[in-house]
Design a protein around this ligand. Structure first.
Ligand code: GLN
Ligand code: ZN
Length: 770
């Protein structure tokens, strides 16, 4: 039997983020379009060479993008929204960056806090949103009855030619028509974007035809929406769509990933295409059915190497999965990572500082290529014994390591009391005790945690990291920053203060660095959007808190004021969600360990006299599984993890939580079940409409709906905020309302921050007087 290897896509940002640097220098005006194109060509050539050198049978073309693969398709399919009013003189690349960043490139999609999408009214960039359940953001196609498609971009065809000229066997990759429409947004109320399919298909047909003429034999067409709960009209559109595209006569490999196919499984296997790729990591339980259902002559591509994580593949285990499947099939078998490697860091080669033992447990995108070849050779009957032995040894070392499996952590988990996730008393009782203790006015004012991370703060941290600034001096500077933040808040007349998070680099990394079980890479960047990358920590082992993490800073801040000082922590689900996590135990188990570590910190803060503690969970919603059927199970353990972290305190200690992103209406019972005394939310951009859902649901605890958008440099006026608070008071009992911005202020400057907060405090005072 033939076994071939390929990938669905490769990280385009480059080993040392070359693409980021090139983009930013182009946007600054320091590099021309030609310079940027040259960097793009270089990166593609390098990445194809890596694929060839690792022994893959095809190189994948079409995964490269200067900003985003969906934006590439918007140009390719000729559907740039008319509102941009592009003129024929504008180059395709300049139009592309206008779609991505708006006309005013100063502020568009600016640097912003973790996991956030930074889009605002006033920027005319396309909206950004998360690509399925990843932390990658794509640009949302705008669709309306006026949308027209045409084969407009030559970029993909040129890249194919480029790869062919370099002598590579090419597989072209495209986003499928149904997934493209699904990811788009209807700009006209009542319009159904599926109605555009009929018009779109001939353009795909023409594109496939061009690819065929160019000598491409395989085209990978991604339809990851087959892993979602699809409305019937969308499901039934698949058959006719692929029947039509298949007429062109080029081999289509339909690619699915991220989620089990479930009720779409038999439909998918029957589609008239030449091959099917399935995600063997997210849906291993479907491999046997797919193998049996897929007609014998078709290519089955199995995603056997985890494209979403950083661990070395257990090759023996993978072969144990693959061998029986191979034996069941007569048709060709392809091996691949589960999904595009876009979501994995580039290479281990540059990670010279990593702990030697842990390093052997890892495989980044480049190393995953080699794993595919090892699997292929072993399946074909000529295993590379030496390489397999090294892999086996690394897997055994990880499995047995006492750094992964810390006995005290396991012991603690066994002795958890059944009430570990319950506060002592009901919210009503706690609220009464807390009101007596804190004596806060109505409409109490507070902020979400961070104050501006100034250049001085960043410079001090960088210099400390380099070893140029001694610990004592660095800490002295940070204490001074905290004192400054406290003094400003007192002057503004805020009611509940924060220390401002000056000492924190990032809300996850800061805690990861102090907990056992995490390591950090030097260049383990993953694209988040455009030129922006994140470097998630790697959570490799049992989590434990060796010492208090925030107590000294918080106590220092509290010592400077008589107002309550809010302790500030990141919650277990957010730490989990924004890290690469273990694959040797369920995510729920890792969340539980994180919860206990945060719980210890909460207890220490309380003991140190901190009366209000905020546990941020901005990522709780983005952790929702793609399939609704899995939501309950996730929400059950995620909210329990939060409650475990929070419930160690007495009734008089007030627990806050904070969440970003505006859609909560479908998970309100679970948010209420977190039982935080106060929740602060991002709401201003939805003009308080979100809050109506909380009101209707009769959300029982206190709420601080964000009254202004911190993503914008605009200074909100007092009347604007009063209006929002009046709107909020109409749906939530006013006695339960807090007044605060949408999110942390770390990306803002001091001047605008103070002006905005001054207006906010004035708005709260007007509400009290009313
Ligand atoms: N406490 C954090 C801050 O203010 C919360 C950030 C977030 O929600 N993403 O920066
Ligand atoms: Zn936030």
């Amino acid at each position: 039997m033939t076994v071939h290897t390929h990938i669905l896509g490769f990280p385009r940002i480059g080993a040392a983020r070359e693409l980021k640097l090139a983009l930013e220098s182009h946007w600054r005006g320091a590099a021309s379009e030609a310079d940027l194109e040259a960097t793009g060509r270089q990166l593609r050539a390098r990445h194809w060479a890596l694929q060839r050198d690792a022994g893959l049978d095809y190189v994948t073309v079409g995964d490269f993008a200067f900003y985003d693969q969906v934006a590439n398709h918007i140009q390719l399919l000729g559907c740039e929204p008319a509102r941009f009013n592009f003129t024929p003189e504008q180059s395709p690349l300049s139009r592309y960056f206008t779609l991505a960043r708006g006309a005013d490139t100063q502020t568009a999609h600016g640097d912003c806090c973790h996991g956030h999408q930074a889009l605002e009214a006033g920027h005319h960039a396309l909206e950004m949103t998360k690509w399925f359940d990843t932390n990658y953001h794509y640009l949302v196609p705008e669709l309306s009855p006026q949308t027209r498609f045409s084969l407009a971009g030559e970029r993909l065809l040129a890249e194919v030619a480029e790869a062919q000229a370099l002598g590579h066997p090419v597989k072209a990759a495209l986003i499928g028509p149904l997934t493209f429409l699904w990811l788009g947004k209807e700009k006209t109320p009542g319009f159904d974007r599926l109605a555009l399919l009929e018009q779109l298909l001939p353009v795909y047909g023409a594109l496939l035809d061009r690819l065929k003429q160019q000598g491409v034999t395989w085209v990978q067409i991604d339809e990851p929406i087959l892993g979602l709960d699809l409305p019937n009209a969308w499901r039934s559109a698949f058959e006719s769509t692929y029947w039509q595209l298949n007429q062109v006569g080029v081999n289509i490999l339909l690619a699915t990933y991220f989620s089990p196919l479930e009720e779409n499984l038999s439909l998918t296997c029957r589609l008239p295409v030449a091959g099917l790729h399935v995600d063997g990591i997210r849906a291993p339980h479907e491999l046997v059915s797919v193998t049996d259902w897929l007609p014998a002559h078709k290519v089955l591509s199995i995603g056997i190497v985890d494209g979403r994580n950083v661990w070395r593949t257990d090759l023996d285990a993978a072969l144990a999965v693959l061998r029986p499947l191979a034996a069941r099939r007569t048709g060709p078998l392809w091996l691949a990572p589960s999904c595009s490697l876009l979501h994995a860091p580039f290479s281990l080669a540059t990670e010279t500082g990593l702990d030697g033992e842990i390093r052997t447990w890892l495989a980044f995108a480049t190393e995953k290529l080699t794993e595919l070849s090892l699997l292929k050779d072993a399946l074909a009957g000529h295993p590379d014994a030496a390489a397999l032995a090294i892999s086996r040894q690394a897997i055994a070392s990880r499995r047995a390591s006492v750094r992964v499996h810390r006995p005290p952590v396991a012991q603690r988990l066994q002795t958890l009391s059944p009430t570990v996730d319950r506060r002592d008393s009901s919210f009503a009782l706690r609220q009464a005790v807390q009101r007596t203790r804190f004596q806060l006015p109505h409409f109490p004012t507070t902020t979400i945690g961070s104050f501006p991370q100034t250049t001085a703060i960043r410079a001090a941290r960088a210099s400390h990291k380099r070893g140029d600034l001694p610990v004592a001096e660095y800490e002295r500077q940070m204490r001074a920053e905290i004192a400054h933040a406290v003094e400003r808040q007192e002057a503004l007349g805020l009611d509940v203060l924060v220390h401002g998070e000056a000492e924190r680099n990032d809300m996850v990394e800061y805690f990861g660095e102090q907990l056992d079980g995490f390591i950090f890479t030097r260049l383990g960047w993953v694209q988040s959007y455009g030129s922006r990358c994140v470097k998630p920590p790697i959570l490799y082992g049992d989590v434990q808190r060796p010492a208090a993490m925030t107590v000294e800073w918080t106590v220092h801040a509290q010592s400077l004021t008589d107002k309550p000082m809010k302790g500030m922590l990141t919650g277990p689900v957010t730490i989990l969600q924004w890290s690469f996590v273990r694959d040797d135990q369920p995510r729920a188990a890792t969340a539980l360990q994180l919860a206990l570590a945060i719980r210890d910190e909460v207890a220490d803060l309380e003991t140190a006299g901190i009366g209000i503690i905020q546990i941020d969970e901005p990522a709780i919603r983005e952790g929702l599984p793609l399939r609704r059927g899995q939501w309950d199970a996730y929400l059950e353990w995620a909210t329990r993890a939060f409650r475990i972290a929070a419930s160690v305190v007495g009734d008089a200690t007030q627990i806050h939580t904070h969440m970003c992103y505006a859609q909560f209406n479908d998970i309100l019972p679970q948010i209420a079940a977190m039982d935080a005394d106060v929740i602060t939310l991002e709401t201003s951009r939805s003009d308080m409409e979100l809050l109506a859902d909380f009101g209707q649901f009769q959300y029982p605890n206190e709420i601080g709906p964000g009254v202004y958008d911190i993503h914008s440099p605009r200074i909100p006026s007092t009347p604007d905020m009063v209006r929002l608070l009046q709107k909020a008071s109409a749906v939530i009992p006013p006695a339960n309302l807090w007044v605060n911005p949408d999110c942390g202020l770390k990306t803002r400057g001091w001047a605008e921050t103070e002006a905005a907060l001054q207006n906010m405090v004035a708005a709260a005072r007007q509400m009290r007087a009313a």
